[in-house]
Design a protein around this ligand. Structure first.
Ligand SMILES: [Zn+2]
Length: 293
């Protein structure tokens, strides 16, 4: 038996990615640079193009659902984007309603950012209204950058891939002659350019990755103390740099965790950078299953 075909879309401040997914496996995928020229509608047109790319006409009739992961804050029940700092013109946009009008398959919309599924004794914890484990909003600092949620110093305001991208652009502006500065003269930078530079040994990029590892280490240490997991599994875009980040993340956790927690390891999710896409598609599959389709 095979599961339903679903489409996952990962809407980010730099890229829109789409994948056709079955049973957690990406069958086809495509990406475009996010069109920020005129608010939501050009991006919705990108959704349509990407879906047409990953999904042939014959398959389209069999698609059981579309899952969209969008930056927040987002009212996931009403499907309304409240505000997206990385996407101008999106405030109060009824994303879910618009997509439901455009597409023939059921649509679910979910918030991205640093998110966690916490499995305790084999069970995923849900909490009231399914809102448990909003670990992106763990407060790591009493000052620092303002989070999308409005608070300051949240884990995700310090450590998300989007924020690493912001720090990458700031670093480029500080040193126009450096690796990042020169790249920035030719293209818009995101976190992947810091990773690229770090792989080539560029000191500024290595420092950015070290800082990222420090924030991840601090956040993960708090998760160890809260949940006492056997293992932390890290997915998402930043996990593409897992090999670079891992030694220092573990160093920080080893330094800061209480003794009985010191040996716990962080590993890279098998899905790596595709976890947002596959996660969004899995939500759509769940929804299709619930409604009996
Ligand atoms: Zn927050």
């Amino acid at each position: 038996m095979t599961g339903p075909l679903t489409i996952g879309i990962d809407l980010g401040g730099t890229q829109v990615r789409a994948a056709l997914v079955r049973d957690g496996e990406v069958l086809r995928r495509a990406a475009e640079k996010t069109d920020k020229s005129g608010g939501p509608m050009p991006v919705i047109a990108q959704f349509e193009r990407l879906i047409a790319t990953v999904c042939q006409d014959a398959e389209r009739a069999r698609v059981a659902g579309l899952g969209v992961s969008a930056p927040g804050p987002l009212d996931t029940e009403a499907g309304v984007v409240l505000d997206v700092p990385t996407l101008p013109g999106w405030r109060d946009f009824p994303l879910l309603q618009t997509l439901r009008q455009r597409f023939e398959f059921p649509v679910v919309v979910e918030n991205d950012g640093i998110a966690a599924g916490v499995v305790i004794d084999g069970r995923l914890i849900h909490g009231r209204r399914g809102m448990a484990a909003h670990v992106g909003h763990l407060r790591l600092s009493l000052d620092g950058p303002i989070c999308d949620c409005g608070a300051v110093g949240c884990f995700e305001a310090l450590a998300s891939g989007t924020v690493l991208g912001e720090r990458t652009r700031a670093a480029a502006a500080l040193d126009p002659a450096g690796f990042l500065g020169q790249l920035a003269a030719r293209q818009a930078l995101d976190a992947s350019h810091a990773v690229q530079g770090a792989r080539q040994g560029d000191p500024q990029c290595l420092a950015l990755l070290n800082e990222e590892a420090d924030y991840l280490g601090a956040g993960f240490t708090t998760l160890l103390h809260l949940y006492s997991p056997e293992l932390i599994i890290m997915g998402g875009g930043v996990s593409e740099a897992f090999d670079l980040l891992s030694p220092r993340v573990h160093q920080r956790m080893h330094r800061d965790a209480m003794p009985p927690f010191k040996k716990i390891q962080v590993v890279k999710a098998a899905l790596g950078g595709n976890s947002g896409l596959v996660g969004a598609a899995a939500l759509a599959a769940d929804k299709a299953g619930q409604s009996g389709g």
